[in-house]
Ligand binder design. Structure first.
Ligand SMILES: [Zn+2]
Length: 162
């Protein structure tokens, strides 16, 4: 992995203060609501990769190894890049089947705020909300109350954002 790219990647992460909080990606966001990151290729070009995939690749040692896997979120927050070699990780590599089984298993019992936020949304809604969340974290840092509210799709004031 390219060390400069890795350092650039890490500089765009804002980790929550609590032990189990998400680590929010504050870089570019694509139209699917997921983070975007560009890494240099061996031939001098650039490769675009989803930020959560890159986060896990940093752990596993390479992007190629990940190519056949889906990278799944335990938190359903598309901006979360919390990849750790520990049970506290919010990201893991699985097959497409794992991904579906995991969603089915968690279903409506998931108490994570992000679940209600991002599930059952169109791509456009998800992208919009992801950008609002990112912009808030960029401007104010990880304010747990605000992040929680944004993850539920409502601002901390009276006015619903969406
Ligand atoms: Zn998370």
């Amino acid at each position: 992995m390219d060390e400069n790219a890795a350092a650039r990647f890490r500089s765009k992460i804002v980790a929550g203060p609590e032990a189990h909080d998400c680590w929010i990606w504050t870089g570019a966001i694509g139209d699917d609501g997921y983070g975007r990151f560009w890494t240099p290729t061996a031939t001098g070009g650039q490769r675009m990769i989803r930020a959560h995939r890159y986060a896990l690749a940093l752990l596993t040692g390479g992007l190629d190894e990940l190519d056949e896997f889906h990278v799944c979120h335990t938190c359903d927050n598309p901006l979360c890049v919390r990849a750790e070699d520990a049970p506290t990780s919010h990201l893991y590599a699985g097959t497409a089947f794992d991904n579906m089984a995991d969603r089915a298993r968690r279903g409506h019992h998931n108490k994570q705020a992000a679940a209600a936020f991002f599930r059952h949304e169109t791509k456009q809604q998800r992208a919009h909300r992801a950008r609002v969340l990112r912009d808030h974290v960029r401007a104010h840092g990880y304010d747990p109350e605000a992040v929680g509210s944004l993850l539920r799709g409502v601002t901390s004031g009276q006015q619903a954002l969406f």
